[in-house]
Ligand binder design. Structure first.
Ligand code: ADP
Ligand code: MG
Length: 249
């Protein structure tokens, strides 16, 4: 077993909440309402992963499985400019974009298959100077939620999601990579999905994701990140800001 890496977020409180950063060889689930900032944080982690370790990165490249077509190259450029300010160094946005491999997933089966494609890509990059150190699935649950409707299909949906998460955990283990998945929750109690603070995929996801983060909007550009039911860290909250330059204290 390789030594677990820690990916810093750009926000000190957030890093402390996570015991120093987002761990490799683990799945970290971010759940929250639409607009809470899950995709923005994912973009920031896709940038930070590429930094050298002394700057809080993992010195690696990134794979994004994009199911909602929400990847924005220009946000990566903004965030790289933000890092150039922060570290007083000229980072090249084009270089960062080159190391982010984005695949659109058109349905849940395709999404599952893309983990195999990711494994192939990771094998190719394994002995380069930028091995894959982060895989993002944004959103983990959107296709599943749209395709599996009605009570009779629930068990099937959970079984597929379970397999998918198992594949992702394996990817993280084999590549010493972090795995980030996002999961949207409803703002109001929902007759079918129930408690709004419990994400769909509910208990199954609860047991699989090693770290579960509930993200919610606060005043202005502030976001509250809450660590929920961690097996090894105390529950707690951190305040982070999402600005044009990216995630910060
Ligand atoms: P989610 O994925 O949780 O639905 P997003 O990550 O897409 O939510 O968050 C969208 C929010 O992020 C916007 O409402 C805005 O507050 C913030 N945001 C998006 N782009 C920028 C930007 N360029 N500068 C500052 N904040 C931004
Ligand atoms: Mg999103």
């Amino acid at each position: 077993r390789m030594e677990v890496g820690k990916l810093r977020t750009g926000c000190e409180e957030f890093d402390e909440l996570m015991g120093g950063g987002i761990e490799t060889q683990s799945i970290t689930e971010m759940y929250g309402e639409f607009g809470s900032g899950k995709t923005q944080i994912a973009h920031q982690l896709a940038v930070n992963t590429q930094l050298p370790k002394e700057m809080g990165g993992l010195d690696g490249s990134v794979i994004i499985i994009d199911t909602e077509n929400t990847f924005r190259p220009e946000r990566i450029e903004h965030m790289v400019a933000g890092l150039s300010h922060k570290f007083e160094q000229d980072f090249d946005p084009a270089e960062f974009l080159k190391n982010i491999h984005v695949a659109r997933a058109y349905n849940s089966n395709h999404q599952i298959l893309l983990v195999d494609a990711a494994t192939e890509m990771a094998n190719k990059l394994k002995n380069t100077d930028k091995p894959v150190r982060l895989v993002i699935v944004d959103s983990l649950t959107a296709h599943f939620r749209a395709e599996y409707v009605g009570r009779g299909t629930l068990a099937d949906r959970q079984q597929k999601l379970n397999k998918h998460l198992h594949d992702l955990q394996r990817f993280g283990d084999l590549n010493n990579a972090s795995v980030i998945v996002t999961n949207q929750v409803m703002s109001k109690p929902d007759a079918f999905f129930g408690d709004p603070t419990r994400p769909i995929g509910g208990h199954i996801l609860g047991h699989t994701a090693t770290f579960r983060l509930y993200i919610r909007k606060s005043k202005g550009d502030k976001r509250i990140v809450k660590l929920v039911d961690s097996p090894c860290l105390p529950d707690g909250e951190a305040v982070a800001c999402i600005t044009t330059d990216g995630l910060c204290d």
